[in-house]
Ligand binder design. Structure first.
Ligand code: ATP
Ligand code: MG
Length: 315
């Protein structure tokens, strides 16, 4: 078993060197992709899964190569200025969202990438429909946008805590038992609209186990360098674990589509989580067949003239 695993790691590393990473990425992410085909059950996804990889070292090497490839792809995305990429990260606390942003996007030019963290809505935000604050910051053409939490909180924390819904100032007659179905429908349509306008939408649920979350909370309490990450609110939310799992399951079941799939990413091993997310992004960008824009004949002629002029200058 171990021999087979290390052999497949060697094969994977070789594939990266041959620039076949795009194909490897697709294979790696396939088990975690949920796109609305068949009935989704969260319990079928193991948070501790590490696929064909057994150790951090081989995954780290793969991720390093993936980050370099991502950097080259992003340069083309930006230069081409046609497509954009929206990455949505959702998870229970301490599942590793921040680490994904830091490690997966480490090679990307900051000019071409924006990260937005969605917190409790402000008074102004509550005076609008819930998609308003998200729509304002979806990535422009050529750019990558990362949503650290998103409008999906509207079917998670708002669903788990009924009081939040009451504070949303909706006309009472619109708050019926169908509200979650209606929200899912609006989210699907919103994403359909975005994808029809050139935004690729990738959604990641970092699937951490209850035991691993406990371990990470304890680390935050014990290690003084991690104390700042600890929040009493996170422990409170942990008390609603089952409700959250049910809300996540229903949300993914209702909003996973071919055009905007969810990836249920195993999150008990951070090194594997990061590799799966990077791979899904690489796979999606690869499908766009990104190229640096080629200047047309007229422009090329002009460029040559400018070049000749510059070379002819005396000083
Ligand atoms: P994170 O927990 O994502 O790492 P953080 O610890 O920096 O971020 P928090 O203060 O925990 O910041 O902010 C996120 C909080 O905002 C979460 O508890 C989340 O549930 C809440 N939140 C986000 N969107 C909404 C929303 N639409 N309605 C109510 N609460 C929301
Ligand atoms: Mg928090």
């Amino acid at each position: 078993m171990l021999v087979a695993a290390s052999r497949s790691c060697t094969k994977l590393s070789a594939a990266m060197k041959d620039h076949k990473l795009e194909k490897t990425a697709a294979k790696l992410t396939a088990p975690y992709r949920v796109d609305g085909q068949g009935k989704f059950r969260l319990k079928h996804f193991d948070p501790a899964d590490t696929g064909r990889l057994r150790d951090k070292e081989s995954a780290t090497q793969l991720l390093d190569n993936g980050v370099k490839l991502l950097s080259r792809m992003q340069e083309k995305l930006y230069a081409q200025n046609r497509w954009s990429l929206l990455i949505i990260l959702q998870a229970m606390d301490a599942a590793g969202k921040d680490g994904v942003v830091k490690h997966v996007m480490s090679g990307v030019n900051p000019q071409g990438c924006d990260v937005y963290s969605f917190k409790t809505p402000s008074a102004e935000e509550l005076n609008h429909g819930y998609l308003w604050r998200a729509h304002k910051v979806v990535p422009a053409r050529g750019k990558i946008g990362i949503f650290n939490r998103s409008y999906y909180e509207e079917a998670l924390v708002v669903r788990v805590h009924g009081k939040i819904l009451e504070s949303q100032k909706l006309p009472p007659s619109l708050v019926t038992k169908n509200i979650w179905e209606e929200r899912f429908e609006d989210m699907r349509r919103f994403e359909r609209y975005l994808t029809r306008n050139g935004t690729i939408v990738l959604k990641f649920f970092l699937n951490v186990s209850r035991q691993e979350q406990k371990k990470r909370f304890l680390e935050r309490l014990e290690d003084s360098k991690k104390n700042w990450k600890f929040s009493m609110a996170d422990v409170k939310e942990r008390g609603y674990w089952k409700d959250y799992q049910a809300a996540y399951e229903d949300m993914i079941r209702n909003t996973a589509t071919k055009y905007a799939p969810w990836y249920v990413v195993p999150a008990d091993n951070k090194w594997y989580t990061r590799l799966v997310v990077a791979s899904a992004i690489i796979e999606a960008l690869d499908k766009l067949n990104l190229q640096f824009p080629d200047a047309d004949k007229e422009v090329k002629k002009k460029l040559q003239e400018v070049k000749a002029g510059l070379l002819a200058e005396k000083s």
